[in-house]
Design a protein around this ligand. Structure first.
Ligand code: ATP
Length: 266
C-alpha cells in the first residue's frame, strides 16, 4: 500500500533499497539519508532524516540559508540532484512566498494552470471560494492585493487535492493583519482537508499557532524537534505557548529576556 501511495524522488547514485520494508507506520513523507550540495561544495543538506505522518502539520524553522527551501524543493520533486531516499505522496502541491501568478491569465485560469486533463472552470471556482476569493475569479492578477494573490496561490495548490501541502514562507510578504488572516485560513483548510502540511517559516509564533510539531534545521539536518501539543485554537497568551516560544527562540540562537527581565520591563 505504501508503494501505491508514494512516489520515490531519487537522484543519481541513490540507494533506493531503503524503500523496501516499509511495513512500519504509514508516513506522508519519509526521508532517509538525504544529501544535497551545489557545485561540488559543502552539503547544504547532509544525511537528513524526516518523517511526516499523514494529516500532520509540521513547521520547519531555521536560520536563513540553512537549507529549508532546498528541502522543500526536493520534497516537491523540483530538485532531483540528490543522494538518499525521499518518499512523498503522488498528490502534492507547493505554494511559495511569491504567488507566481501568470499576469496574462485571469485568476481562475491561473488556478487551473498545469493541472492534467481539461479541468472545468467550476473546479477553480470551488477552490477560490474555499479561500474566500470566489468574487475575484475573473480578475487579472495585477489587480489583486498581496493577500488575495497569496490566496489565489493557495487555491492553485488546493485544486491538486494534495495529500501533502508544501508551503514556503507563504505569509512572508504580507502585512501583519493580512498575515494573521492568511494563517487562520491555512489552519482551517488543513483541518477541513486533512492533508499533511510542511510549512517553512521564520516566524516562531506562526509555527506554534499552526503546527502539531516544530522542527529546527541546522547543519544540513533536523537538529531539533518538539511536539506543540497545545489545544486549538491556540492562544499566544497561554503560558505554555510562551514557554515553547522561548524554547524555540533559544534553540534558534535568538536571545529572549528571562522571566526577571520580563517582569522588570512590565
Ligand atoms: N540552485 C542553487 N545553486 C547554488 N546554491 C544554492 C542553490 N539553491 C540554494 N543554494 C544555497 O543553499 C543554501 C541553502 O539555501 P536555501 O534557500 O535552502 O536556504 P533557506 O534555509 O531556505 O534560507 P532562507 O530562510 O533565507 O530562505 C544557501 O547557501 C544557498 O545559497
Amino acid at each position: 500500500m505504501a508503494t501505491d501511495f508514494h512516489r520515490p524522488v531519487t537522484g543519481p547514485g541513490t540507494d533506493t533499497r531503503a524503500q523496501a520494508g516499509t511495513g512500519d507506520e504509514p508516513a506522508a513523507v519519509r526521508v532517509r539519508g538525504l544529501s544535497r550540495s551545489f557545485d561540488g561544495g559543502e552539503p547544504v543538506i547532509d544525511r537528513l532524516e524526516l518523517d511526516v505522518r499523514p494529516g500532520e502539520f509540521v513547521a520547519l524553522l531555521g536560520r536563513s540559508g540553512c537549507g529549508k527551501s532546498t528541502l522543500l524543493r526536493v520534497l516537491a520533486g523540483l530538485d532531483r540532484e540528490i543522494g538518499g531516499t525521499v518518499l512523498v505522496p503522488r498528490r502534492k502541491a507547493v505554494a511559495f512566498q511569491a504567488p507566481r501568478l501568470m499576469p496574462w491569465k485571469r485568476v481562475w485560469r491561473n488556478v487551473l494552470l498545469g493541472l492534467a486533463g481539461k479541468p472545468e472552470r467550476a473546479v477553480a471556482e470551488r477552490a477560490l471560494a474555499e479561500v474566500g476569493l470566489g468574487h475575484r475569479s475573473d480578475a487579472w492578477p495585477k489587480t489583486l492585493s498581496g493577500g488575495e494573490a497569496q490566496r489565489a496561490s493557495l487555491a492553485r495548490a488546493l485544486v491538486r487535492e494534495p495529500d501533502l501541502l508544501l508551503l514556503d514562507e507563504p505569509f512572508g510578504a504580507l502585512d501583519a493583519l493580512t498575515r494573521v488572516k492568511a494563517q487562520r485560513l491555512v489552519g482551517e483548510v488543513w483541518q477541513r482537508r486533512g492533508c499533511a502540511v510542511l510549512l517553512v517559516t521564520h516566524d516562531v509564533e506562526e509555527a506554534l499557532l499552526l503546527a502539531d510539531r516544530a522542527l529546527i534545521m541546522d547543519d544540513g539536518a533536523i537538529a531539533y524537534a518538539t511536539p506543540v501539543g497545545l489545544p486549538r485554537p491556540r492562544d499566544i497568551a497561554d503560558p505554555h505557548f510562551a514557554e515553547l516560544r522561548s524554547l524555540l527562540l533559544d534553540r534558534l540562537g535568538v536571545e529572549t529576556p528571562g522571566p526577571a527581565a520580563r517582569h522588570a520591563a512590565a
